[in-house]
Unconditional design. Structure first.
Length: 569
């Protein structure tokens, strides 16, 4: 009977994850802001920290449709988050542990990240409780096996979301300082296992650490192009009534909330501040529980949670908090690893972790003060509280997410490109990184074209915001971007006035562009006028979703401008 009961939490959280994912199971892709999946699995890059995860996805994608893998990943996010947090809480009472698991699984932070398509981040978030359980056991009683298992676990989590590498590193550092300050006699006997743990991590992650040190990995490139505009563009946002800090404490403040990319919880749960205060109060009761019962053996862990919470709150406020903005700029300048959090609201996930863990102790303290009937009522209330706070995770995320398939015309266009045996580039218009696609249930998503088509396709990677226009360094993309800017605004990328309009066929042929793919999305009509009436482009395919033009000047000897003098040989 005891063995059966031990499986009940697994069944419970698997059932919860299944209920959330169920409306998304019909055939088709789930397309959200940054989560775009195509029929072609992305090949792993050896120098990337995501090499392990992408390799698994790539191998499975050869035998399983990618949209099933996509939904399996979302299922794992909800299942592992709930079960991991439940498994972490060292209490005998089931209700407090279930509350912790439910809240860590269903809260405003998780909802916003699902809608933003940051599922890799959420998978790291879901695995974080397993890491915390391991490190607390390892610090108290290190061993060879634990060191090796910990290194593997850290590598797996890093492979899903590199953002959790600095979080885990910080957690280890603070916990180790706290623990060995109270137990200095154990440090010398533990140091060899700590060194082994770090050494194995370095070995397992050599594939991307060494290229990063030499500045050639995608991590190094991302850190190198970081600028103040990143912090300003992706800064956390305040609530119009309650301000920034309470908004962050409540799990809100994600920059995309200001752009209305998805339904706001606040529009549905008008009493959200009351629910937020209830969760905060329960967490404070959890702190009181630790103080009252003087759990000295748990003091290092408790101190680590406190430091993690305060640092995460400060950094997530970032430049949006005037009194902390200059400090934020300085920290990001001196510690490049922080640039992984150019969008600092990601750290609010740590607040949710602390709420879930300490909140379980708060619920335990309250449940010990009431009689049976009141205990039952209290249990129902706290188990329901996460779902009252974030009901939008149900019903296909309140009807916002629906499986979608690419139009048949996209496949036709891809076949057309594949049938052409020349070596060439294609350009995809409209020239936007994020835009609304009709086939994606009219949602704003990142442009999937570069990942969908089998032949190389250039598309925009511009953020198009005032404080951060782009990080794109691709020469061909900058060339096209310059042409678009001249055509639309009459200036080049340097801001100089240009009176002559682009000669599209000739200017694109210079960079080996043979085809122009124009999707009938967003503001496509202003692009249509550049190609539709030109006798230098041939319309080779068109339907209700896109047009494909062939550049008739591709591969031909182009005339030089008249003002260029060719010297005699």
């Amino acid at each position: 009977m005891k063995d059966i009961r031990s499986f009940l939490p697994i069944i419970l959280f698997a059932f919860l994850a299944f209920i959330i994912v169920l409306p998304l199971l019909p055939s088709g892709y789930i397309m959200t802001l940054d989560n775009i999946s195509t029929t072609i699995p992305i090949a792993p890059t050896l120098g990337s920290p995501y090499f392990l995860f992408v390799s698994v996805f790539w191998i499975l994608g050869k035998i399983i449709p990618l949209f099933w893998l996509q939904k399996a990943m979302l299922f794992l996010v909800f299942f592992l988050a709930g079960w991991g947090m439940y498994h972490l809480i060292p209490l005998e009472k089931q209700i407090p542990r279930m509350f912790a698991g439910f809240f860590y699984t269903v809260n405003p932070f998780v909802y916003s990240r699902v809608m933003a398509g940051q599922w890799h981040l959420l998978l790291g978030y879901a695995l974080f409780p397993f890491f915390v359980k391991w490190i607390t056991e390892f610090i108290r009683k290190p061993s060879l096996i634990k060191a090796l298992l910990g290194a593997v676990l850290v590598t797996v989590i890093t492979s899903t979301s590199i953002h959790y590498l600095p979080v885990m590193s910080f957690f280890i550092l603070v916990l180790a300082i706290s623990y060995y300050s109270l137990h200095p006699q154990e440090f010398l006997s533990s140091i060899r296992y700590l060194i082994l743990f770090i050494a194995v991590i370095l070995i397992l992650n050599t594939n991307w650490i060494i290229p990063t040190l030499f500045g050639s990995s995608d991590v190094a490139v991302s850190l190198a192009v970081f600028e103040r505009g990143d912090l300003e563009t992706f800064q956390s946002v305040p609530d119009s009534t309650f301000g920034l800090i309470f908004n962050l404490l409540s799990g809100f403040g994600f920059w995309s909330e200001a752009h209305n990319y998805f339904q706001s919880i606040k529009n549905i749960i008008f009493f959200w501040p009351i629910v937020s205060l209830t969760i905060i109060f329960t967490t404070l009761l959890g702190i009181y529980h630790h103080v009252k019962y003087k759990q000295t053996s748990n003091l290092p862990f408790f101190l680590t949670l406190a430091v993690l919470f305060l640092v995460s709150l400060d950094l997530s406020a970032g430049v949006a908090l005037p009194s902390f903005s200059q400090t934020t700029y300085a920290l990001y300048e001196k510690f490049p690893l922080l640039r992984a959090f150019r969008e600092p609201h990601k750290l609010v996930g740590n607040l949710m972790f602390v709420y879930a863990y300490l909140g379980a102790y708060g619920v335990s303290l309250l449940s010990g003060k009431v009689k049976e009937l009141r205990y039952a009522i209290l249990s129902v209330f706290f188990l329901a509280l996460p779902f009252i706070y974030t009901p939008l995770v149900f019903g296909g995320f309140w009807g916002q997410l629906k499986p979608a398939n690419y139009p048949e015309s996209w496949r036709t266009a891809d076949n057309l490109l594949k049938s052409d045996k020349d070596s060439f580039l294609s350009v995809f218009f409209p020239w936007h990184f994020y835009m609304r696609f009709k086939f994606a249930n009219n949602r704003v998503i990142a442009n999937p074209a570069p990942f969908y088509f089998s032949k190389p396709v250039i598309s925009s990677q511009n953020y198009e915001t005032v404080s951060l226009y782009t990080h794109d360094t691709r020469l061909e993309a900058l060339h096209v971007d310059g042409l678009v800017t001249i055509a639309q605004e009459g200036v080049n990328l340097l801001g100089d006035k240009v009176y002559e309009k682009p000669k599209w066929a000739q200017d694109l042929a210079v960079i080996e562009v043979k085809y122009v793919i124009l999707a009938k999305e967003d503001d496509w009509r202003k692009y249509f006028q550049w190609f539709g009436d030109s006798n230098e482009f041939e319309n080779v395919f068109e339907d209700n979703y896109l047009v494909v033009y062939k550049n008739l000047l591709f591969g031909k000897e182009l005339p030089l401008p008249s003002d260029i003098i060719i010297p005699e040989v």
